[in-house]
Structure formats: C-alpha cells, structure tokens
Design a protein around this ligand. Structure first.
Ligand SMILES: NC(=O)c1ccc[n+]([C@@H]2O[C@H](COP(=O)([O-])OP(=O)(O)OC[C@H]3O[C@@H](n4cnc5c(N)ncnc54)[C@H](O)[C@@H]3O)[C@@H](O)[C@H]2O)c1
Length: 266
C-alpha cells in the first residue's frame, strides 16, 4: 500500500484527495497540508476517511509519495527535503523542474522517483516514443481567455492590458526556457512537453490571449523521423480559470496506474 500525502488543497489537490478517499487500488491518503489550515481542515473533515491536516514536515515523514498541487515557488521550498528523505514526488507545478534539474540527481541518489503527469495536455506518449528516434522540432500553440493570464510576470512586464483586448493577440513567442518563468502558473504543460521531448531550449511556444474563448486550447506539433504528430486539446476550465479539469483527472489516472496490473500507454 502506498501512503499518499497531498500538498496544496486547491482545485487539483482537493480532486486528488476526493479520488483517494473514494478508493484507488494500492493507495491510501494519509493526510494533506495547505496554506490555510482552517479551510484545509474543513475540507478534509468532509471526506469519508477523515484524513488529518498535517504540517509539511509531518506529511513528508508519513508519506511514501507526495502529490504536489500548490505552486512552483512553494514546491522549491520543500522538494529537496522530501527527496533527500527518499520520498517519491508527483509534481503538478512541473515548470519548477526546469530550474531544478538537480532534483533528479538527488532523487536518483536517494532512491526516490519524480513523476510528472501529462496534466492539461495529451500526446506525451507519442512525443516520448518519437524521441527515442530523431525529433527535429516540438512546437506548442496555446490559446487562453485573457483572464486566465492575469497577473503572469510575462504579462505584467510587457504592460499588456488584457481587459482591453478585442481580438486574438500573440502574448509570447519563444522557448520553454523563457516561457516557463514568464508564465509560471500557465504553461506547466510546456515544461512537461519539453521534458518528455527534446528539452526546454528547443521546445517553443506561441501563446495567444483570445477574448471570448471558453476553453484553454493547446496544439502540439512534433516533427521527426517517425513522422508528424499533431495533437489538439480543448480543456474545460475548473473553478480555477487557469486549471483545466483534465489536469486533475490526469494526476488521478497516474495514481491509478501506480499499482495497475494492466497498464496501457507510455
Ligand atoms: N501540469 C499541468 O498541466 C498543470 C495544470 C494546471 C495547474 N497546474 C499547476 O498545479 C498547481 C496547483 O493548481 P491548482 O489549480 O490546484 O491551484 P489552486 O490555486 O487552486 O490551489 C493551490 C493550493 O496550493 C496552496 N498553496 C499555495 N502556496 C502555498 C504555500 N506557500 N504553502 C502551502 N500551501 C500553498 C493553496 O493554499 C491552495 O490550496 C499550480 O502550480 C498550477 O500552476 C499544472
């Protein structure tokens, strides 16, 4: 049985807790933590198994696997501690991995694993397979409602008035190495795509703000010796406009696969 601790009780963390509470083979929810203890405790009391709200240190101590669903900045505060203790990490704020490749070496040294679910995108299976051969380019085109980009450093630095946009507008074009720090809460998917494929320096994005758009859409295009892979995803937003429902479903699917006898897809 894998003891699972959940860090962050927002849209993703709560959905993962509910799924574990309902029952995922081979996994048990041992507790959770978040920024607001009162709200966190109230949520956890609403679950059938009534898992405890724990301090981060206690949660790390009693978990085999920590599911991170907070922020990149918060993850950076505790990931080294959890990995040093040999604990496995499932990371949703996976953009943090681009600036912390040393976590992989630390995990290897301590016998821990770092798992990154596909999150809000699909097609990583094909990207990984294509990558075994030669891949020439990986490009992503992302369209989001303007409100979904509000507050991003990449928007603030450019002084873009999102509310004034009346037509689809290219907000950013460039490699993942620049896009991920500029849009830390918006393009974790790009980080995952780059890690599955040819790395953040060679994986590029065109990011558009589209007034009136109701779904976050991602189009991934991979060109290589195996051919051309083109994947398009239209995500229904959750109550957090930046987070599509597929994001937490993907994390739950990965937990379901942890102990699966039949596992389909790479
Ligand atoms: N990989 C993907 O495809 C993908 C998709 C969507 C979201 N995400 C990322 O996953 C993360 C969670 O997303 P969400 O929609 O659930 O966010 P959310 O804003 O709904 O919830 C975040 C939670 O983290 C907690 N938190 C934040 N800072 C904290 C701190 N310093 N200490 C303790 N708790 C803290 C908050 O209290 C909240 O409970 C975000 O980083 C988001 O960018 C990734």
């Amino acid at each position: 049985m894998t003891s699972v601790g959940v860090v962050g009780l927002g849209v993703i963390g709560r959905a993962v807790c509910r799924a574990l509470d309902t029952g995922l083979d081979g996994c048990a929810l041992v507790g959770a933590t978040a920024r607001d203890q009162g709200r966190g405790e109230a949520f956890l009391k609403s679950l059938a198994t009534r898992p405890p709200y724990l301090t981060l240190d206690d949660l790390i101590a009693c978990s085999d696997l920590l599911v991170e669903a907070s922020t990149q900045a918060h993850l950076a505060e505790w990931a080294p501690k959890a990995l040093a203790a040999g604990k496995d990490l499932m990371i949703l704020s996976c953009g943090a991995l681009l600036a912390h490749q040393e976590w992989v070496a630390l995990a290897r040294e301590r016998g821990a694993r770092i798992l990154v679910p596909s999150g809000a995108i699909g097609g990583l299976d094909a990207v990984k397979a294509a990558r075994v051969g030669r891949v020439n380019s990986v490009t992503m085109e992302t369209r989001k409602p303007p409100a979904g980009l509000a507050g991003a450093p990449g928007v603030v630095a450019r002084g873009t008035d999102l509310a004034a946009l009346t037509e689809p507008t290219l907000i950013f074009e460039g490699p993942a190495t620049e896009a991920v720090p500029a849009f830390p809460a918006n393009v974790n998917v790009l980080a995952a795509l780059s890690l599955a494929g040819i790395g953040p320096a060679r994986t590029t994005i065109r990011l558009y703000a589209v007034p009136g758009l109701t779904r976050n859409t991602h189009r991934i295009i991979v060109e290589g010796d195996a051919g051309r892979v083109s994947v398009e995803i239209e995500n229904v937003p959750s109550e957090n406009p930046r987070t599509g429902r597929l994001s937490y479903l993907s994390a739950i699917a990965m937990l379901r696969d942890l102990h699966a006898t039949l596992r389909v897809g790479t």
